[in-house]
Design a protein around this ligand. Structure first.
Ligand SMILES: NC(=O)C1=CN([C@@H]2O[C@H](COP(=O)(O)OP(=O)(O)OC[C@H]3O[C@@H](n4cnc5c(N)ncnc54)[C@H](O)[C@@H]3O)[C@@H](O)[C@H]2O)C=CC1
Ligand SMILES: O=C(O)[C@@H](O)C(=O)[C@H](O)[C@@H](O)CO
Length: 318
């Protein structure tokens, strides 16, 4: 039974994972080597409880009860008696290997150890794990983790199926949607699809086929609008597999398939136009702080999450 969870790293993702856990009834030990990051996560926790309430998304428990469930600490040994530890520290293989080696030594034998890595291989991260090698998983959340339902799950080469099943059930009980990745491929599934989509979008933009503004509309008013309720296979079923067969044959030779650097992206990064974090990317964000923009994004995603739940009969997992 997973009753107490350690989260390593209180940054963008660690905060979201911890928020999802405590707001759904689970005790959390949130660890970060940076005291300031912990303080910021603590501040964000109470701010987001207010935001969810303002958006009409209510949790079972009071804010006080939720806040009492979380411990903020710079000491990793405080997760020793956690049933599950989710590592969500900086995307650096040596750092993650070091953290997992430490967790392997300090955590009790029945603890389950997982990583939220975006791009590293679980087998590399857990190379030095000895005592928990049958109890490791990759649990890949999506930003913002406190709102986006998906968690991609991948077993380690020696992970017990019962461990996988327990984590999958735990995630779904706290309102996430889980999928099982059956082979350890770089980027798992969603990031590969997201990358293929971004490649074609940037190619069309760079080749002058479409403007930035209209490229945005293409997705949120077109396929993206549908993706909120149907995956690609249902969309193909609705469209007719005979038609899709023709379209795939026609368009595959046409769409971008090269490994290419996009000048339009290179120029922006070189010029320091990094997106909302630098107030300018493909679009400008004059006079708005990063937090203000993130909160505005989250308010719209919370509205979307409420509709997503209603469409699935009140449960996230239909
Ligand atoms: N940012 C994103 O959109 C997504 C990121 N991820 C993955 O989640 C993980 C974390 O990413 P972010 O939250 O974006 O990074 P971040 O940079 O916002 O946060 C990382 C946190 O880890 C802390 N940290 C570093 N070393 C530590 C240690 N030894 N012990 C405890 N804490 C330590 C840092 O102080 C920082 O607060 C990465 O593996 C990343 O690939 C996964 C999905 C989406
Ligand atoms: O989109 C997400 O939240 C995840 O797919 C990720 O892993 C991140 O985008 C990462 O790839 C880049 O921040």
């Amino acid at each position: 039974m997973i009753e107490k969870v350690g989260v390593i790293g209180s940054g963008t993702m660690g905060f979201g994972i911890a928020f999802q856990l405590v707001s759904n009834g689970t005790k959390v030990i949130l660890v970060d080597s940076n005291e300031q990051a912990l303080r910021f996560a603590q501040l964000k926790l109470s701010e987001y409880l207010k935001i969810f309430k303002e958006e009409g998304y209510l949790f079972k428990d009071s804010d006080e009860a939720i806040m009492q469930r979380i411990t903020f600490t710079t000491t990793i040994s405080e997760v020793a008696n956690c049933d599950l530890v989710i590592e969500s520290a900086t995307e650096n293989l040596q750092l993650k290997k070091k953290i997992f080696k430490e967790l392997d030594q300090i955590c009790h034998q029945q603890a389950i150890l997982t990583s939220n890595t975006s791009s590293l291989k679980l087998s590399d991260i857990t190379k030095n794990v000895v005592h928990h090698k049958e109890r490791v998983l990759l649990t890949h959340f999506f930003n913002p983790a406190h709102i986006v339902p998906l968690v991609e799950l991948l077993k380690g080469h020696e992970t017990q199926q019962t461990v996988y099943d327990e984590v999958a059930q735990f995630m779904e009980d706290m309102g996430k949607v889980t999928i099982e990745v059956h082979k350890e491929v770089p980027g798992l599934v969603a990031n590969r699809i997201q990358t293929a989509l971004a490649r074609e979008a940037l190619a069309l933009l760079e080749d002058g086929v479409i403007s930035e503004e209209d490229l945005e509309k293409v997705l949120f008013a077109g396929p993206g609008f549908r993706y909120a309720s149907s995956g690609i296979l249902k969309i193909m079923d609705f469209g007719g597999l005979d038609v899709w067969r023709i379209v795939l044959a026609q368009l595959q030779p046409e769409i971008e398939s090269n490994v290419r650097k996009f000048d339009i992206l290179e120029e922006k990064v070189v010029n320091g136009q990094l997106g909302v974090k630098s107030s300018s990317g493909f679009f400008d964000y004059p006079g708005k702080g990063l937090d203000e923009l993130v909160i505005a994004r989250d308010r719209s995603l919370i509205k979307q999450l409420k509709t997503f739940k209603e469409m699935n009969g009140g449960k996230i997992n239909a």
